[in-house]
Design a protein around this ligand. Structure first.
Ligand code: UD1
Ligand code: UDP
Length: 387
């Protein structure tokens, strides 16, 4: 199916629901709002409530439509059903020229699926990340693969991500390597300044975040015990902004609440988080976005997961994938704290995730395709079609 050339401005609906989607789509929304070619229609699903609202104002994103789907301890099937239904209604009312989704959350999958049902083409930002293990991370690996089947534009952050897509049969002319928009945003926020670091002492500073579903429960409790052992060295300050998920708090609070050397804080707004990251010595995380941000600020990171879809930082030497075993966490953290040569090697490895120009490239490509007489429909043709 192809659609006729669209008159400017192109109506682009950006669908976002969680903290990282707000952070990573903000540069795209800002760039669209700044020029005449696009009219951004930002729809927030509210998959996250506090952690999403905390971000939007300071990121310069104007929300047009705000849904409110979050439920405490939401189940994936209920969340997905609510999202597809409510986004379908919004799409029928607004009829945008395209839908933009980011990454691999349930909001992103539901946004792409609802757009497909309404026959509206989808642009996928941060396309092509793969671990190759369908349930790790859960459910993100499946989500992003499914979005890859739906999308018309695949904006891959790195050459390796672009290769995954072409290996899966996505036509070359629909895959674009752009860098990751998270770097656009980090550079923008650091240039604005004004954030406050959460570290309070001049001990060795460790920034920790943990939230992944596949680690929740006993595994996350073990990770909490490893952090407690590290704190008992007496020469470190661990700052851990606690994710709002009750499952995360159930696992970590019993192990860490009241432990000297550990500051458990509420989620930091992005300005403060960037300032805290800029001040830390070492990052321990299972976050996707933080794996990308840490090497940009020359911070070594230990990835507390058994798989990563961001091997570029590991291959560059800026990150280590160390798994979730408590002994491994303590051993690797101590090695970096106590071995300056090892520390320096990781800190100087560089950033493989982009140059801060990703949003400009994404808009450039979309504007070109909408202005030219190229098919912007769902698919142009197939091996068994007569088109
Ligand atoms: C979601 C994404 C994950 C992403 C992460 C970023 C899915 C399936 N998971 O995981 O890919 O890495 O966001 O942080 O899309 N909650 C609040 N307030 C908030 C946010 C969450 O109370 O602002 C609580 C609610 O009880 C909610 C629970 O956290 O039910 C889990 O939220 P959910 O979005 O389902 O999963 P995350 O683990 O946050
Ligand atoms: N972040 C933040 N405040 C915090 C923790 C994280 O602003 O207290 C930012 C961080 O800079 C990164 C993003 O949130 O850009 C990562 O979100 P999260 O770890 O929740 O999700 P993931 O990236 O794993 O999907």
């Amino acid at each position: 199916m192809s659609t006729p050339p669209t008159t400017m401005p192109v109506h682009a609906m950006l669908v976002l629901g969680t903290r990282p989607e707000a952070i990573k789509l903000a540069p795209v929304a800002r760039a669209m709002a700044a020029g005449p070619q696009f009219e951004p229609i930002v729809v927030t699903t509210g998959q996250h409530r506090e952690m999403l609202h905390q971000m939007l104002g300071m990121l310069g994103v104007d929300v047009r439509i705000a849904l409110d789907v979050m439920r405490t301890r939401q189940q994936l099937s209920d969340l997905t059903a609510r999202l597809v239904r409510e986004l379908g209604t919004v799409l029928r009312e607004q009829r945008p020229d395209l839908v933009v989704v980011q990454g691999d959350t349930t909001t992103a999958l539901a946004g792409a699926l609802a757009a497909f049902y309404e026959k509206i083409p989808v642009a996928h930002v941060e396309a092509g990340l793969r671990t190759g293990v369908i349930d790790n991370p859960f459910p993100e690996e499946l989500n992003r693969s499914l979005i890859g089947r739906i999308a018309r534009w695949h904006f891959a952050p790195t050459p390796a991500a672009a290769r995954h897509l072409t290996d899966e049969g996505v036509p070359d002319e629909q895959v674009f390597t752009t860098g990751n928009t998270v770097i656009d945003n980090l550079l923008w926020v650091l240039a604005e300044g004004a954030g406050a670091s959460a570290f309070r002492t001049d001990a060795k500073r460790i920034l920790v975040t943990l939230h992944r579903r596949e680690n929740q429960g006993e595994r996350m409790r073990g990770m909490g015990r490893a952090l407690s052992r590290l704190a008992r060295r007496g020469d470190v300050e661990i700052v851990l902004p606690l994710h709002k998920s009750p499952a995360v708090r159930d696992a970590l609070l019993p192990e860490l609440d009241g432990q000297r050397g550990v500051e458990l804080v509420e989620p930091l707004d992005y300005l403060d988080f960037a300032a805290t990251l800029a001040e830390c010595d070492l990052v321990l995380t299972d976050s996707g976005g933080i794996q990308e941000e840490a090497p940009s600020l020359a911070k070594p990171s230990l990835v507390l997961r058994t798989t990563t879809e961001r091997p570029e930082a590991v291959e560059a030497g800026a990150a280590r994938l160390i798994g979730t075993d408590p002994d491994a966490i303590v051993t690797w953290a101590e090695r970096l704290l106590d071995d300056p040569a090892e520390y320096r090697r990781m800190a100087t490895a560089g950033n493989p995730f982009g140059d801060g120009e990703a949003a400009r490239r994404i808009l450039g490509q979309l504007a070109e395709d909408f202005a030219a007489d190229v098919p912007v429909g769902l698919t142009a043709s197939g091996p068994y079609s007569t088109a």
